[in-house]
Design a protein. Structure first.
Length: 132
């Protein structure tokens, strides 16, 4: 005798009981998260820099996408400069620098550390590759 049909879950009066101020706050938070997710279409990219160079030394982005770059230094003060994309960000050890990078055109754009001279300046180099 197992002839149960049409017993779908329909919320019921229990669902109404959890409405109120708390639910409204949660709804607002969810909306904000959705807005942030929509604005940042690209991935997060972590770049470490030291006197030995950038890691990774090649960063691949998609044209028009917002890529969040997290720049961190192992020691001292460094910089991430991409002249072609008009980017120049400083970073000091222990205080990561976060910024959003949007490349408006495709291509290969060299980056370098703008605070180095001599040997370190030759080593601290890389390339942003922007694909269509
Ligand atoms: Cu440097």
């Amino acid at each position: 005798m197992v002839a149960e049909t049409g017993t779908g879950a329909t919320g019921g009066p229990g669902a109404e009981a959890v409405s109120g101020a708390g639910t409204r706050v949660l709804a607002v938070a969810a909306t904000l998260l959705a807005a942030v997710a929509a604005a940042r279409s690209g991935p997060d990219v972590e770049i470490r820099v030291s006197e030995d160079g950038f890691d990774p030394a090649v960063v691949t982005l998609r044209k028009g996408e917002t890529t969040r770059i997290v720049l961190s230094a192992d020691e001292g003060e460094h910089c991430f400069a991409v002249d072609a994309l008009r980017v120049e960000k400083r970073v000091v050890a222990g205080r990561p620098t976060t910024f959003d990078l949007i490349a408006d055109r495709a291509g290969r754009f060299p980056f370098y550390c703008c605070v180095e001279t001599g040997k370190a300046a030759e080593v601290e180099r890389g390339e942003v590759v922007v694909t269509e």
